[in-house]
Ligand binder design. Structure first.
Ligand SMILES: [Zn+2]
Ligand SMILES: [Zn+2]
Length: 455
């Protein structure tokens, strides 16, 4: 009897033991690094251009130069003379808003329907009513891609305005009984800028801790990817320094906020091929989207933007950073097929005159032939970057503040681009930096010093 019980007794213990191990393992590895599936498409709906093509856009009035026009007219033997004025101009105006011609070339041209005095420029023929309150934002005229009619403003929502085609003979309306609609951004494009830590909680220059210790802490937290708590314990073990995780967080945010404006001035060896995609991270328990632009050939990060929404505005924000980097030069842009990127590229072309050859790619292993097959490998490169970022992020699980998450992303970008040896590149750094003496900047102490000298 005892002999028979023994194996059962052992088995129970063994099973209990195995259960404990697996529970322990589950606890260790159960990390939210991906939001639930149903969360994913919601952002697309917010600003998707629906299934319809984008509208035709009449650009905002193009700026001209009156001196050029005058010279051309002169060359053609038809010089444009000053206006011969009998009485002075009844409105006070500096020059023509389109070509810059001085008041000598402007004359009164009746009144507009609202009773405002209109002027016409003799040089460029532009007509306007200077006294009329200007509309808040100059917007181009959008035309229906099905019938060519000008779209009419329909509804205003946060960040965008809906326009629709009211033409009753529009093929879209006649064939589908649906009006063509388009959602236009309503933001000040000059103020569009990626997320950046703004406030420095502490003044690092006045810290009584050494710059060396601060640099080593950043290395543990960002370079080795330890969590704040693990960093606290590593510092205690290695340097016998007792710091709170809040102190470390303050250092990270302060350092990132000092570096953020300078990061944009680092010269990156841009290849002409850009990949943009987004990954998910949690901030205070809520999913956020980390939009990342990387160089498709050389792999370094060009810019990042953290947004609580996965919408076209966020896509446009990161795209604007890339456009600024490229400074009007043409580039190829690889993204997935998410409509937010179509909308962003369309707007960038219209408003920033950006020169983008957009190549949206489909699927993980697209069939040979076609853009998806050609450009997929570059997208994979960014996915590997996300993989290595996520390996770090896994230990953080969720950032305790938006500033903290942005700061971490920015410092990670610096580490990834300028310090980290990459296996795929024969252990080389993707975008090496040289100090004044021509030595490579290969650790945080030198990197921080490099920035101090840059300033
Ligand atoms: Zn003019
Ligand atoms: Zn129409």
């Amino acid at each position: 009897m005892f002999r028979q019980l023994l194996p059962v007794f052992l088995l129970t213990h063994l099973l209990n033991f195995l259960l404990k191990i697996s529970l322990f393992a589950l606890k260790q590895f159960k990390v939210d690094i991906q939001p639930p599936v149903d969360l994913q498409p919601s952002g697309y709906k917010v600003l998707s251009p629906l299934e319809d093509p984008l509208p035709l856009v009449e650009k905002v009035v193009e700026k001209k130069d009156y001196r050029k026009i005058l010279a051309e007219a002169e060359a053609q033997g038809k010089p444009i003379s000053h206006v011969r004025r009998i009485k002075p101009l009844c409105v006070d105006v500096d020059n023509c808003p389109v070509c810059g011609a001085p008041p000598d070339y402007l004359y009164s041209f009746g009144k507009d329907p609202d009773g405002f005095q209109k002027l016409q420029c003799k040089v460029c023929k532009h007509q306007w009513a200077p006294g009329k309150p200007a509309p808040k934002k100059s917007r181009p005229t959008y035309r229906c891609p099905f019938c060519g009619s000008a779209l009419i403003q329909d509804k205003t929502r946060k960040n965008f305005t809906v326009f629709k085609c009211r033409n009753d003979n529009c093929p879209k309306w006649l064939n589908h009984r649906k009006r063509y609609r388009f959602r236009a951004f309503d933001v000040d494009f000059d103020e569009l800028s990626s997320s950046s830590p703004n406030a420095a909680p502490v003044n690092l220059a006045k810290s009584h801790f050494s710059p060396f210790l601060i640099a080593q802490t950043v290395n543990l937290y960002v370079g080795l990817g330890l969590s704040l708590r693990q960093t606290v314990s590593a510092l205690q073990h290695i340097w016998q320094v007792q710091l709170s995780h809040q102190t470390i967080q303050n250092w990270v945010v302060s350092l990132a906020s000092k570096l953020a404006p300078l990061v944009k001035s680092i010269n990156l060896p841009l290849s002409g091929l850009v990949v943009i995609d987004e990954t998910y991270i949690k901030v205070k328990g809520k999913w956020h989207y980390l939009f990342t632009a990387c160089d498709g050939l050389r792999g370094f990060i060009i810019s990042q933007h953290l947004s609580p929404h996965r919408d076209a505005l966020a896509a446009l924000t990161i795209l604007k950073e890339v456009i600024d980097r490229y400074n009007n030069r043409e580039f190829i842009l690889v993204t997935d097929k998410a409509p937010i990127y179509d909308v962003a590229v369309h707007f960038a072309s219209v408003f920033f005159g950006a020169n983008i050859r957009h190549r949206p790619v489909l699927g993980i292993s697209p069939p040979p032939g076609g853009d998806s097959h050609t450009y997929r490998p570059y997208k994979n490169r960014l996915e590997r970057l996300f993989g290595s970022y996520k390996a770090h992020y896994k230990r953080h699980k969720s950032f305790s503040s938006f500033e903290g998450a942005v700061a971490h992303a920015l410092l990670y970008q610096l580490y990834y681009n300028h310090l980290k040896p990459h296996e795929a590149s024969d252990g080389k750094v993707l975008a090496p930096l040289k100090d004044k003496r021509g030595h490579q900047v290969d650790n945080w102490v030198k990197l921080i010093q490099w920035f101090v000298e840059l300033n």
